[in-house]
Design a protein around this ligand. Structure first.
Ligand code: ZN
Length: 288
């Protein structure tokens, strides 16, 4: 290895260790949420999304839903926008108390980011050619953060960085609790039930939305605040699920396997479904 490449590789390892990154739902989680959302868009919203999507998305919002994670190192300022933490292991969420970054800058959390990109996208209809916003990036950020806020451990405790510092075993492998909720539960479900296919998972969740959850879907998109996205509701549900399911009974070094999987996988399905349905509702009212 050339000295320069060795240095870069060393730097990368160093960065990974000093920034224990929380990536949000993994690739398949974000893909699922955006796939569900795109299937529920109104004509106007679908047209606007097509116009704003970058060419490499091939007309599929789901293909670029992970973009916000991929550009974290280029847009360093955006790292704090993927989550929000509660202090003192509290199982409740309050925007004014919790939505700030490590430097205490207010509004710099996933809820603030959703509000910000929602209002940027509202300029779509009135935009002139000199719009001050990059609406393609706004769409990709919003679609990603609507997913993240539904991952229970993206509204977790500050003291363990949303489960990132809790080391456990997922079956036989070492893993941190946050990653189990980002990816492992989803991957295990795909392996066990759908021949390792994300499309099988999406079909199953879509089926639940139209059958099992039909009565609840209307409730999911109700929003009594003045904002288009009801981030208080989404974040409060997430910290509740984090306390009731993600953290519950988990101690450092524990082995989480079949029992944890079978009791938590319904929660993951529900959050993916709610993320997708609500993202569609938000995009429909922005572009409607
Ligand atoms: Zn994220």
């Amino acid at each position: 290895m050339k000295p320069c490449r060795a240095f870069m590789a060393g730097l990368l390892v160093f960065l990974v260790f000093i920034f224990p990154v929380s990536f949000g739902w993994g690739l398949d989680g974000h893909f699922t949420i955006c796939k569900i959302a795109q299937s529920r868009l109104s004509r106007a919203a679908a047209d606007a999304v097509q116009r704003l999507l970058p060419e490499y998305a091939n007309g599929e919002l789901a293909n670029v839903c992970i973009w916000a994670d991929r550009i974290k190192f280029r847009y360093r300022w955006s790292s704090a926008l993927h989550y929000v933490n509660t202090p003192e292991s509290l199982c409740t969420y309050q925007y004014a108390r919790d939505c700030k970054d490590e430097n205490g800058v207010e509004g710099r959390c996933v809820a603030g980011a959703i509000n910000n990109y929602t209002s940027q996208l509202l300029t779509y209809k009135t935009r002139s050619s000199s719009s001050q916003y990059n609406l393609t990036e706004a769409l990709l950020f919003l679609s990603h953060f609507m997913g993240d806020i539904h991952q229970p451990l993206h509204v977790g405790f500050a003291e363990d960085k949303g489960g990132n510092t809790i080391e456990v075993h997922w079956y036989t492998r070492k893993q941190n609790l946050h990653h189990i909720w980002d990816s492992n539960i989803i991957e295990t479900a795909e392996e066990k039930f759908y021949d390792s296919s994300v499309n099988g998972l999406i079909d199953a969740i879509q089926m639940n939305i139209t059958k099992e959850w039909t009565d609840e879907v209307e409730e999911w998109v109700k929003c009594n605040s003045k904002t288009i996205a009801c981030t208080d509701i989404y974040a409060s549900e997430s910290i509740r699920a984090a306390c009731d399911w993600a953290y519950k009974g988990v101690t450092e070094g524990a082995t989480l396997a079949a029992k944890y999987f079978s009791t938590r996988v319904p929660v993951v399905y529900l959050r993916l479904a709610q993320g997708g349905v609500r993202l569609a509702a938000v995009l429909n009212s922005i572009f409607g």
